[in-house]
Design a binder for this molecule. Sequence first.
Ligand code: IPM
Ligand code: MN
Length: 379
Amino acid sequence: MSKQSYRIVALPGDGIGPEVLACALRVLDAVRELFAVDFEIEEIPCGGHYYAEHEIEWPEGSFEKCEAAHAILLGAVGHEVDGRTVFTKPGKPYPEPQLAGFAQVIGNRKKLDLYAIVRPVKLYPGVKHKIHGELVQVWNPEKVDYVVIRENTEDAYTGEIEVIEDGRITPIRITRRATERVARYAFNLARRRNRQMKVTCVDKSNIIGAHRFFRDVFRQIGESEFPELTLDYAYVDAFCQWQIRSPEWFDVVVGPNLVGDIVSDNGATTAGGLGLAVGGNIGDEHAMFEPIHGSAPKHAGKDKANPMAAILAMQMMLDWLAGRYADDRLASAAAKVEAAVSAVLEEGRTLTYDLIGESKAARCSEVGRAVEEKLRVIS
Ligand code: IPM
Ligand code: MN
């Protein structure tokens, strides 16, 4: 597979999505040159702003392009008009309006069967977590390094809604198949990381019956197939404070969809904030990578947002492609891009407002350029 060309679909989306994705693509261009890897990048307009204009979420045939791509890189979706979020009209695929942009986020996750979201919580040297100053003194940055694996196809995210006289019912669906595969993903990751050899199951199984089932299946798979691993359990409410207080306890964490959504944002608090938080939506055949910060409409168009998460999402994509296509050039590129980001963070000169405050802040595009330049120097 030496002269393989990788087809990448880029979905800039809404708000700050296009700005941060442009930085990631700029670094990807440098990768193409420095590591002699060929990428064919197709950008597809999409999201709430596209819907507001065209009444469809993206051009016809876009999903098929995502399906045919080697990987997808997403900016963010979520658009506002006059301060109000744009929703689609009632109709397909859900019986009620949904955030315009669901076709890209929820649609791709489901239709491409991207059953696990991988969300690292990793504090890079030179980055402060967002807890108040006193704690910063006693914090050991090397201790915040775990990965949240979030089930990505069911739980409260089925899109089903039942209209009842006085309200709505949204089911929580947990199936054996979905739970087994996401649990196996988490166990295999703990094996590969080879650190604490521990997986923590996070759920609300003390009260939600379907989550009890999730935990039972997790235990069955863990005990029967991964006897060398330690199985650990936490209820999500208590987990939220442990992950702030004692992040060093965790190695790999796995939970149902909504639980994983919440604890991955919460974890970002201890790793520099959402401006650095990334997610890989991974299936057996397809994958989509995204910064997890969302479209942040109030910062859009100001060249101000932190592009590091988008760049790290692209880095995660290189790493995933490297494994899937056994391509060593991509593995080296992924390692170097991470090293470049880490070096720019550690030097602390060219960073956005969220990391060094408004007065010293660099622009989004300047940070993108700084990472690109660093990559050229170290490669
Ligand atoms: C995320 C986001 C999405 C989710 C939204 C935009 C639907 O919060 O990727 O974490 O809840 O999955
Ligand atoms: Mn989220």
